[in-house]
Design a protein around this ligand. Structure first.
Ligand code: PEP
Length: 256
């Protein structure tokens, strides 16, 4: 099965709404040629930028898609500070990141909450970008595959095959995020391959073949090609390098 590469920029808590508009305009201008449809390009701005990005994308019919960095497990009600899947869907979001290591680490999100958020995303027709990945100690002890597969299992509990087939996975080793220490292509392939094999066990070969699996962790324009050459890597989740439109465009054009 042909899987279209996805390059998604996780802006984290950066760029106000004016900076967001300027960034998306630059990306759109540089990725505007008619034949540039080899790669799906997504941005994941802070909640407060989503309306501005939506207006720009809709108004100029840009080919960039967008999503949020998190969502509530609840659909509405007395949950101060939370943002629901319904609200994100209304803002035209395609994707929502779930289980990013910064949420797991700083907000104590566990597999049960990640699972509840995955199911909330599907209730509102949002595509989860589900992040999994091990910390340095687990990697050094050789437990990286088992750890990432266990996070996948936890996140997909009670998620039916027809939904799981559309999920996007992101293997993000915590020791590589924001550190400049990128995993080798072989490291990325080892875990991404194991995640795909696990999907085949949990569901079937068709689901496993349909799911896009991204690598994330210090991806830059000068290291993306080797990672993208791996058979089970279908794209990249990019943090720091997505804040520089020139660098992000180079990343999106990795195959040229
Ligand atoms: C991320 O936060 O998802 C990420 C991959 O960050 P960076 O590219 O900066 O390592």
């Amino acid at each position: 099965m042909e899987r279209k590469p996805l390059i998604a920029g996780n802006w984290k808590m950066n760029l106000n709404h004016l900076e967001a508009i300027a960034t998306v305009q630059k990306l759109a201008f540089a990725l505007n040629d008619k034949d540039f449809d080899r790669v799906e390009v997504a941005v994941l701005p802070p909640y407060t930028d989503l309306r501005s990005v939506q207006t720009l994308v809709d108004g100029d019919k840009l080919r960039i898609v967008y999503g949020a960095q998190d969502l509530s497990a609840f659909d509405g009600g007395a949950y101060t500070g939370e943002v629901s899947g319904a609200m994100l869907a209304k803002l035209g979001c395609t994707f929502v990141t779930i289980g990013h290591s910064e949420r797991r680490q700083y907000h104590r999100e566990d597999d049960a909450l990640v699972n509840a958020k995955v199911r909330a995303a599907y209730r509102h027709s949002l595509t989860p970008i589900l992040c999994v990945g091990e910390g340095l100690e687990v990697r050094q002890a050789g437990g990286h595959v088992a750890h990432s597969v266990a996070q996948l299992d936890g996140a997909l509990r009670e998620v039916p095959a027809e939904q799981a087939a559309s999920i996007v996975l992101a293997y993000e080793p915590v020791w590589a995020i924001g550190t400049g220490e990128v995993a080798t292509p072989a490291d990325a392939q080892e875990v991404c391959g194991a995640l795909r094999a696990r999907l085949a066990e949990l569901y079937d070969g068709e689901v496993a073949a349909a799911v896009r699996i991204l690598y994330g962790g210090s991806v830059k324009s000068d290291n993306i090609a080797g990672i993208m050459a791996q058979p089970d890597v279908d794209g990249a989740l990019v943090g720091g390098a997505s804040l520089d439109p020139g660098e992000f465009v180079k990343l999106c054009r990795f195959s040229e």
